[in-house]
Design a protein around this ligand. Structure first.
Ligand code: ARG
Length: 588
C-alpha cells in the first residue's frame, strides 16, 4: 500500500494544481516542528520564485482548496508561506487497520525478487572467533533477513578462511609434535582414522604457537609454506588431516553461530574453489589481461580517474601459489556459474576496502562477474573498548566471542533472577534472549562503517537506546494484551477506531513510519535505520502507556481501539527485531 505521506502528498499536489500551480510543489514531509503540526509542505516558497507571487498567497490558495479534504483535519498557511498540516484521526485509524490486515503491513516491495548473495561471517578455520567476527555475523545476518523480507532470493555464504598458510602452519606444527601419525607417513596406504588427532582447544593452541614460530624462524616458515603447497597439491595424508581440522572447527563454529542465531545457507570456504583456479588463470592469461610482473601474475586495475594509489591485483605469487585474491575471484566465478546472482554484498572489516576495490575491478575487467551483477562492499568499523582502543579482555588478550557472550548472559541471568520468581529454565531462556538483544542491538544501532565502543553495561541496560529496552517494551505490551484477554475479551477481530488522545495519535503516526524506515534500511543496506525507528516507536508507545490507563478504561470502544493499536505495535516491533536477528521473550 502507498505510504501515508504519499497519500497526503497526493492531496496537496492536487490542491496546488487546482490553484493553478505546478503539482510537483506539493511534496509533503514529516514536520520538523511536531509542536505545531504533523506534516508540512514548503512548496509555496519554491513556487513563489517560479510564479513571481508572494509565497503566502500561494499557501493561502492551496489551503483554500484543502478545506474539505478527507485526509487532512487542519491546513494552516503561515508566514512566510509554510503549509502546516494535521491529518484526520479517522483517516489514521483506517490506515492503521489496513496495515494490520495486509501482508507485511502493506510494505511496498519489488514484485519480482532477485538472487542475492550475502558473503558474511568469514571466520578463519582453527582460529577462535573474536569480537571482530561478531560484526560481520550480526550485520550480515540482519542484511540477509532484510533482503529476504523484500522478496529477494538470498543466500548467505560464510566464506571460511580454510586454505592458506594457516593450514600449512597447523599441519607442519602437528608433524613436529606427533610425527608418528599416519598422515605424515608417505608410504601409508591404509584408511586414516575417523577420529581427529586433536580437540578444538588443542587446535586453538596449535595455531597461534605455529604462527608465532613462523614469524621468528625462517626455516619453520619455509617448512610451513611447503606443507601448504603439499596440501594444495592434494597430498593424501595432508588432505585427510585438513579434513579433520575443518570438521573440528566447523562443529565449533556452528555452536557459536547458533548461539548468535546466525545461519548460513552455504558453508563454502576458500578451499571450495581450489579446483577452479587453474581454469580461471588460463582464461585471464588467454585474454591478455593477466601478465607476469616480477614473476607474479597480475591484472592492472588502475583507472584514469583514480586519485589514490591502486596497485595491480595479484592472481598468483611468483612461486605459483594462490592468494586471498585468487580464491575471492574464483568464488565470484563459481557464483556466476552456479547462482547467477544480481547482487553480492560483502560484509567485511572496512580495512579491506582497498582490497575489495581491486578484486571488484579485476572481476569486472576479466568477466568473472556478469555486467548485471552489482557488487557491494559493506565495510564495518572496529569494536573498541571504553579506552577507545580495540576491545580486549581485562588482562589485555583478544576477547573470544564465546567468553563475551557468556559474560553478558551471566550478567543478565543474575539481573533477571534478582526480582523474579521464574523457574530456572525460564530465567535462562529469558537471559539468553535478552543478552542476544543487548549484543546485537548494541552493534546494529551504529552505522556499520563507524567504529563503536562495546559497553557491556550500557548495552545491557533496560533503559535508553538498547536492545533490552526494546524487548521490555514488547513484553509490556504482551502482558497488557494477556490481561485484557484474562478479563474475558478477545484480541482478534478488533479494529482501531479514531481516538482523540494526542499520545494515541503520536503512536499511530509512528506506526505508519515503518514503511519508510524499512524501505531505507533495504535500499541503503542499513540495519541501523530499523534500530532508530523502533527506538522512536518504543518511546511513543511508552508515552502512550504512561498517559493512559488502558486496562481500566471504561469506554469499551476506546479500550478496544487502544488494544488493537497495541497489537499492531507489538507486531511491528516483533517484525523489526526479527529483521535485526533477535526475538522477545513472553515475559522478563
Ligand atoms: N577470513 C577473512 C578475514 O578474516 C574474511 C573473509 C571475508 N570475505 C571474503 N569473501 N573475502 O579477514
Amino acid at each position: 500500500m502507498k505510504k501515508l505521506i504519499e497519500l497526503i502528498t497526493c492531496e496537496v499536489e492536487a490542491a496546488f494544481e487546482a490553484a493553478g500551480y505546478d503539482k510537483s510543489l506539493g511534496r509533503v514531509t514529516v514536520s520538523n516542528r511536531p509542536d505545531l503540526c504533523e506534516f508540512q509542505c514548503n512548496g509555496a516558497m519554491a513556487g513563489a520564485k517560479q510564479y513571481k507571487v508572494k509565497p503566502i498567497d500561494i499557501a493561502n490558495a492551496v489551503a483554500e482548496n484543502l478545506t474539505d479534504s478527507q485526509v487532512l483535519s487542519e491546513v494552516n498557511a503561515v508566514m512566510p508561506g509554510f503549509l502546516n498540516l494535521k491529518i484526520k484521526n479517522e483517516f489514521l485509524a483506517d490506515y492503521l487497520n489496513k496495515m494490520s490486515s495486509t501482508d507485511k503491513f502493506g510494505q511496498e516491495m519489488p514484485e519480482q525478487g532477485q538472487k542475492v548473495i550475502v558473503d558474511y561471517g568469514g571466520p578463519n578455520v582453527a582460529k577462535p572467533l573474536h569480537v571482530g567476527h561478531l560484526r560481520s555475523a550480526v550485520i550480515g545476518e540482519s542484511v540477509k533477513r532484510i533482503e529476504k523480507f523484500f522478496n529477494n532470493d538470498v543466500i548467505g555464504d560464510i566464506h571460511m578462511g580454510d586454505w592458506g598458510l594457516q593450514m600449512g602452519l597447523i599441519i607442519y606444527e602437528l608433524s613436529l609434535r606427533k610425527p608418528e601419525l599416519p598422515y605424515f607417513d608417505d608410504n601409508f596406504e591404509g584408511e586414516y582414522p575417523k577420529e581427529a588427532p586433536f580437540t578444538i582447544s588443542e587446535l586453538e593452541e596449535i595455531y597461534p604457537t605455529a604462527s608465532k614460530k613462523s614469524k621468528e624462524d625462517e626455516v619453520f616458515k619455509a617448512a610451513a609454506m611447503e606443507a601448504t603447497k603439499k596440501l594444495q597439491n592434494g597430498v593424501r595424508g595432508y588432505r585427510a588431516l585438513w579434513n579433520h581440522i575443518l570438521n573440528v572447527s566447523v562443529t565449533d563454529l556452528k555452536k557459536n553461530y547458533n548461539r548468535l542465531h546466525v545461519n548460513f545457507e552455504q558453508w563454502n570456504g576458500e578451499s571450495t574453489v581450489h579446483n577452479l583456479i587453474p581454469g580461471m588463470v588460463d582464461m585471464m592469461k588467454a585474454t591478455g589481461l593477466a601478465y607476469l610482473s616480477d614473476g607474479a601474475l597480475v591484472v592492472d586495475v588502475k583507472e584514469e580517474s583514480d586519485t589514490k594509489e591502486m596497485p595491480p591485483c595479484m592472481i598468483l605469487k611468483s612461486d605459483g601459489a594462490s592468494l586471498y585474491n585468487t580464491t575471492d575471484l574464483a568464488t565470484l566465478m563459481m557464483r556466476r556459474d552456479e547462482e547467477d546472482p544480481k547482487h553480492i554484498i560483502y560484509v567485511v572489516d572496512k580495512r579491506q576496502g582497498l582490497y575489495f576495490e581491486q578484486v571488484f575491478r579485476c572481476a569486472r575487467k576479466t568477466g568473472v562477474v556478469k555486467d548485471d551483477c552489482e557488487l557491494t562492499f559493506l565495510g564495518f568499523g572496529t569494536v573498541n573498548g571504553k579506552d577507545g582502543k580495540p576491545y580486549k579482555t581485562r588482562d589485555g588478550g583478544v576477547m573470544r566471542l564465546e567468553s563475551l557472550l557468556e559474560e553478558i548472559y551471566q550478567g543478565m541471568l543474575s539481573k533477571i533472577r534478582e526480582n523474579t520468581s521464574l523457574s530456572d529454565e525460564e530465567a535462562c531462556d529469558i537471559a539468553e534472549k535478552v543478552a542476544l538483544a543487548a549484543v546485537k542491538y548494541g552493534d546494529l544501532s551504529n552505522q556499520a562503517s563507524k567504529d563503536y565502543i562495546f559497553d557491556m553495561e550500557k548495552f545491557s541496560s533496560f533503559e535508553g537506546d538498547t536492545g533490552p529496552y526494546i524487548l521490555y517494551t514488547i513484553v509490556r505490551i504482551k502482558s497488557i494484551l494477556k490481561k485484557y484477554e484474562e478479563q474475558g475479551n478477545s484480541v482478534s477481530d478488533i479494529d482501531i477506531t479514531s481516538c482523540e488522545e494526542p499520545s494515541w495519535k503520536a503512536l499511530g503516526l509512528n506506526l505508519t513510519g515503518m514503511h519508510a524506515a524499512l524501505e531505507s534500511a533495504f535500499s541503503e543496506i542499513a540495519p541501523h535505520k530499523i534500530c532508530a525507528y523502533i527506538y522512536d516507536l518504543a518511546n511513543a508507545f511508552n508515552r502512550f502507556y504512561h498517559e493512559n490507563k488502558i486496562l481500566i478504561e471504561e469506554d469499551e470502544n476506546k479500550k478496544r481501539s487502544w488494544i488493537a493499536t497495541l497489537k499492531l505495535t507489538r507486531d511491528i516491533l516483533e517484525q523489526c527485531i526479527e529483521l535485526l536477528g533477535f526475538e522477545a521473550p513472553e515475559r522478563m
